[in-house]
Design a protein around this ligand. Structure first.
Ligand code: ADP
Ligand code: MG
Ligand code: ZN
Length: 636
């Protein structure tokens, strides 16, 4: 967990400032990669002060400062002697008088044209003094300069390696020694599949020899993909903690600097450091900042970033994973990554860190409320049920808010009232970012997705259902039904296309049947179904009425995005009307067919929707059991 996490910038700034002006703490010194030669500016200042105090009070001869009038009076009384007359002041000796010993004195010179005459009259010995201003001049600018220099040096040291002018190319990676990442898998919950996949990495780091003996190739890079806040960074730290190896952590954006070539040098430096600490983990957070696909940027591109990325690719290739260094990276935008990064031999292992389901959320809540005093009536399961779409970070925040609210009310323990209030707060804060569904919406989505899934399992030519989920993702999708193709497809038959349309319409039909009313949630489904129907009619010649004429030609430029497509009609207005009519017929026929299917399976539809509401994710096999089908369709 980042030490700056969850603080506002001004607090962080204050903390930095404080740490800057306080003697260096030993902890920090221990973490630094090369042992930092450090000295504190405070020691320097204290010594400086001591020296000047000693000089002023003990070493300096006792000189009395007297006003000019007193000097003149003493002159008249014949008390002064041995004068040294400078341009600004007069030094001299007051003769011993009574019990007073001889005394040096100094007085500021005043405009007094007759002074020399008076001295001559009284036969006082005097001499002139040339006061050199050179020393004063030099000191007046050398000392401030020296002080600036010292402070600057000190600041550079203080900020750690990577900030000094001389060390721009040094990587800024933070090294956590093995006993410092105290995070273990026990601190991570709700993402069990990802945990299982990473178990192997832990095994390898613990015991590299075992895998090498059998000649197996160890994954070099592991890429953690998933929405923000799902625990990717946490998971990477947990791997290091479990395997108890050092952990280098750096963020992708830290490679990208304003000086050309620095990023690439940093990558080199990071890898060489890591190799000397093997076995260890290099963790590149926010990989997308660095690994954006090269050459996409039409506006001249960013050469520096490309260089850095190239260097990373080179280092990863020239890197023997048997040395025991594993590179982990995290991103929430895998789609913009350069394909070269995902090739075998680089980040070949990709682990999805998804939003947690209801059980996962309960487990995460449990972890974060370990240190919170909960009232016994608090039911974490209920809280989990109320927070679909929340990720680990949201839940951690929720528990914290509840605890703060309880403390504000001077309560002894956190009750469910505080949790209710905290949910409202967190949800209100999140509203702009993501959707949190009301129970009614959730019910509609559950029936909608069940409709898709049941149709997919009931028609002959659709792919089997892999899983159904009503956890909201992204902006538009409130739920999804994932189908798994049983084989790669290059050709599709007419009945397959019709069945695919049927599955798309299934969601909408389920809403019609159950609620007697339809929602806007099916818009995308309808669009896709219509597209299929249009292609069948106009491109594939699958309509009996319009025959084999291809009315649309594919005009997509091969290397340009879809939007560059220039459509042009090659048929008459009457034909257009006919085509539209035919498309409607195809869609409507399928609609009626799907109504028939779902009407027959109304019972299953209800059961499945209820199950979804309860568990949020239903696996394909569970659903087939409901339908009374043992095996995966398509494999029989
Ligand atoms: P990401 O890197 O995916 O954006 P983080 O790992 O930075 O998310 O998560 C931020 C914080 O949220 C963590 O420090 C942890 O307190 C909490 N958190 C996130 N996911 C989980 C989880 N699966 N289990 C427990 N805590 C989690
Ligand atoms: Mg992160
Ligand atoms: Zn749908």
């Amino acid at each position: 967990m980042d030490e700056d996490d969850g603080k506002n910038p001004s607090e962080i700034f204050k903390k930095r400032l404080k740490s800057f002006f306080s003697p260096p703490d030993p902890q920090r010194k221990k973490n630094a990669l090369p042992p930092k030669a450090h000295f504190s500016i405070w020691y320097f200042l204290i010594i400086f002060l001591l020296i000047s105090v000693v000089q002023n009070y003990f070493l300096a001869p006792r000189v009395e400062n007297i006003p000019y009038s007193k000097f003149k009076q003493s002159l008249v009384e014949g008390q002064v002697n041995n004068l040294v007359i400078g341009p600004d002041k007069i030094n001299g000796k007051l003769k011993a008088k009574g019990d007073k010993a001889e005394q040096d004195f100094v007085t500021i010179r005043v405009e007094d044209p007759n002074l020399i005459k008076e001295l001559d009259e009284r036969k006082v010995s005097y001499s002139g003094l040339y006061e050199s201003k050179l020393m004063a001049n030099i000191l007046s600018w050398v000392i401030p300069l020296a002080i600036f220099f010292i402070i600057w040096r000190y600041a550079m040291k203080r900020m750690g390696p990577g900030y000094g002018v001389m060390s721009f190319s040094k990587s800024k990676a933070k090294l956590f020694a093995e006993n410092e990442t105290k995070v273990t898998f026990a601190d991570v919950a709700g993402i069990d599949e990802a945990k299982e996949e990473l178990q192997e990495v832990v095994e390898f780091l613990k015991n590299p020899g075992k895998f090498q003996k059998l000649g197996g190739r160890i994954p070099k890079g592991v890429l953690l993909l998933g929405p923000p806040g799902t625990g990717k960074t946490l998971l990477a730290k947990a791997v290091a903690g479990e395997a108890s190896v050092p952990f280098f952590s750096i963020s992708g954006s830290e490679f990208v600097e304003m000086f050309v070539g620095v990023g690439a040098a940093r990558v080199r430096d990071l890898f060489s450091q890591a190799t000397s600490h093997a076995p260890c983990i290099i963790f590149i957070d926010e990989l997308d900042a660095l690994g954006k696909a090269r050459g996409i940027n039409v506006m001249g591109g960013h050469d520096e970033r490309e260089q850095t990325l190239n260097q990373l690719l080179v280092e990863m290739d020239g890197f023997e994973s048997n040395k025991g260094v594993i590179i982990m990276a995290a991103t929430n935008r895998p789609e913009i990554l350069d394909p070269a990064l995902l090739r075998p031999g680089r980040f070949d292992r990709q682990v999805l860190v998804d939003r947690p389901d209801i059980n996962g959320r309960e487990a995460i809540l449990k972890i974060h409320s370990r240190k919170v005093v909960l009232s016994p009536e608090v039911d974490l399961k209920k809280i989990a049920a109320r927070t679909p779409g929340f990720v680990g970070a949201d839940l951690a925040n929720l528990v914290n808010e509840a605890a703060l609210l309880a403390a504000r009310k001077n309560k002894e323990e956190v009750t469910s009232a505080e949790f209710d209030e905290a949910i409202d707060r967190v949800v209100a804060g999140l509203e702009k970012k993501k959707r949190v569904m009301s129970p009614k919406e959730k019910e509609i989505v559950a029936y909608h997705e069940s409709g898709h899934a049941i149709v997919a399992e009931s028609v002959e030519h659709a792919d089997p259902v892999h899983k159904i989920s009503i956890i909201p993702r992204g902006v538009a999708a409130l739920g999804y039904t994932q189908q798994q193709p049983t084989e790669d497809r290059y050709l599709m038959t007419k009945s397959e296309l019709l069945d695919r349309m049927g599955v798309l319409l299934g969601g909408r039909v389920a809403e019609e049947l159950v609620f007697g009313e339809i929602s806007t949630g099916a818009q995308n489904d309808l669009q896709r179904a219509t597209d299929i129907a249009r292609s069948m009619v106009t491109e594939y010649g699958m309509s009996a009425r319009l025959g084999l004429v291809a009315y649309e030609r594919e005009r997509r430029p091969m290397f340009l995005p879809e939007s560059f497509t220039s459509g042009g009609k090659t048929y008459s207005e009457e034909k257009a009307a006919e085509i539209d009519g035919e498309i409607s017929t195809v869609v409507e026929d399928t609609h009626q067919r799907v109504r028939g299917i779902l009407g027959e399976k109304r019972e299953v539809l209800n059961t499945l929707a209820k199950l979804l509401l309860e568990k949020e994710i239903v696996q394909g096999d569970e659903m087939r059991a409901l339908l009374g089908k043992g095996e995966k369709k398509g494999q029989v």
